[in-house]
Design a protein around this ligand. Structure first.
Ligand SMILES: Nc1ncnc2c1ncn2[C@@H]1O[C@H](COP(=O)(O)OP(=O)(O)OP(=O)(O)O)[C@@H](O)[C@H]1O
Ligand SMILES: [Mg+2]
Length: 464
């Protein structure tokens, strides 16, 4: 919702003022309450964090030093950025400044010229999606020109570390091992809770796929189950190696049909989560997801008793998805139609969103509303529109062209009506494409499946 505006004001021109904190490395035992600290031009001594020793000749005059990495340390915790900055400033290769500000607020800070920063060092705030979003935005704007280092005073869960790296953090380090070096080795392992890493076993890096319907009964749940069914199979018969691990989560838990439609029932863990009795960590993931052996995927199905939609919180969803991502290759989410605040962490993490609808005026309008709502704060999220229970006409009529103009997008996939297969599948309690792998639905969904498999295979997608 908030546009990120990069200020063009170059703070290095800001003259020393009351705002500028003069630091003496030997006098920081009791950190003074921090005041905002500006980036200042090299050589304006009164505002440099610490002049690098080898950049001064014995007589104190400046030498022609090689250009140093302009480094900004940020943390909203009083004293933290200052402390880290002091450590880093011992590195001759770094020109360090710091500011008491959360990473997510840095971009809006009028006093900071982000284009003049080569390295951002920030204090990790676990589960903070605003920071993740800021990271993604910064990285998409600056790319490799900007390095980002996360530091944390506590052991991070593997999921948190992975989420940070997915968002573009180059390294994550424990605060205790903050050695002043501009060329840190890969320190992620060190920042991560080793017990949790072991518990997670083979750590994967799931593609997260969200599915939402523009009207009731359009086929959202069936589409999610069909996706899971096909993704859980090998792409080619000749393929060897382990089968992909696929999870399906019924986030439409008030409706509660997903699990029931394939005879999978919740063992009570989902309700414990909704009541806030358990954390959605790896132990929860192992316990709560029930294998659907026939289909080769695992399901988090809705609890038997109805819970309010706001029983889930954004924090719970963020953690659950981060943990699921570590344990699976694909995570398919069946979203509710109601607007919930925890959809935001879903959209932050989703690699793709499918919106299902049809070509009636009412549904097309609803699809447009959903696109506007979901894409608003997540412009980078790929959204595909799926026309459900309809065959793509050979020559699209004016109504379809009008719909696409109104939607400003193509109606990408058309899943034909196959009521016979759907009925058989319902009767047998199986996903349609499990019951009828050769249904025309399979052919229609194949391109979508291909895209998701490519995303999973892409080694550059994430650093996993
Ligand atoms: N392509 C299809 N062709 C024919 N029938 C289908 C197709 N896809 C789904 N169905 C059937 O349509 C009905 C509704 O499907 P589903 O439960 O997936 O819809 P939904 O959008 O999730 O509904 P809800 O709004 O209740 O969550 C089911 O009986 C299902 O078997
Ligand atoms: Mg449904």
């Amino acid at each position: 919702m908030n546009d990120i505006s990069f200020t063009s004001r170059r703070t290095r021109n800001v003259s020393a003022s009351d705002d500028v904190l003069e630091l003496d490395p030997f006098e920081h035992a009791s950190p003074a309450p921090l005041t905002p600290f500006e980036i200042v031009q090299e050589g304006t001594e009164e505002a440099s964090v610490t002049p690098a020793p080898n950049q001064r000749a014995n007589d104190g005059t400046e030498t022609n030093a090689p250009s140093r990495t302009r480094t900004m340390v940020v943390s909203e915790v009083a004293g933290m950025a200052e402390m880290v900055a002091l450590g880093l400033a011992k590195d001759d290769g770094l020109e360090v400044s710091h500011k008491r500000v959360a990473l997510s607020d840095l971009v809006a800070d009028q006093d900071v010229d982000l284009d003049a920063i080569d390295l951002i060092v920030f204090q990790v705030r676990t589960g903070n999606d605003a920071d993740l979003k800021t990271l993604r935005d910064l990285k998409s704007k600056r790319g490799a020109a900007l390095k980002v280092l996360g530091v944390s005073s506590e052991m991070l869960s593997l999921a948190t570390a992975r989420a940070l790296m997915d968002a573009g953090v180059d390294e994550v380090m424990p605060l205790t091992s903050m050695q002043p070096s501009s060329a840190h080795a890969d320190q992620v392992e060190a920042a991560v809770d080793p017990a949790q890493a072991i518990q997670a076993g083979v750590t994967r890096n799931a593609v997260i796929v969200a599915v939402a319907g523009a009207r009731g009964g359009i086929g959202t749940t069936a589409f999610a189950l069909n996706l899971a069914t096909v993704l859980a199979r090998r792409a080619h018969k000749k393929d060897t190696g382990p089968l992909p691990r696929v999870a399906v989560v019924d986030f439409d838990f008030q409706n509660g049909v997903l699990g029931a439609s394939i005879d999978i029932h919740d063992g009570g863990a989902y309700l414990e989560l909704l009541k806030g009795e358990v954390e959605p960590d790896q132990t929860f993931v192992k316990r709560a997801l029930v294998p659907y052996d026939d289909g080769g995927f695992d399901v988090l199905s809705a609890p038997a008793s109805i819970a309010p939609l706001d029983a889930l919180t954004p924090g719970m969803v963020a953690t659950l998805l981060d943990e699921l991502r570590l344990a699976y290759d694909y995570v398919v989410l069946d979203l509710p139609r109601s607007l919930v605040d925890w959809v935001d962490p879903v959209l932050v993490r989703a690699d793709r969103l499918y919106i299902l609808g049809d070509t009636t005026v009412h549904t097309v309008r609803q699809m447009r509303r959903m696109i506007d709502l979901y894409a608003d704060d997540h412009a980078a999220l790929p959204i595909d529109l799926v026309v459900s229970k309809q065959t793509r006409p050979f020559i699209p009529g004016a109504d379809i062209k009008e719909a696409e103009t109104f939607l400003e997008r193509k109606l990408e996939f058309w899943v034909p009506d196959d009521s016979r297969s759907a009925k058989r599948a319902n009767d047998k309690g199986r996903p349609i494409l499990h019951e009828r792998p050769k249904s025309p639905i399979a052919k229609a969904m194949a391109p979508a499946i291909g895209v998701l498999r490519e995303m999973q295979a892409s080694t550059t997608r994430r650093r996993a």
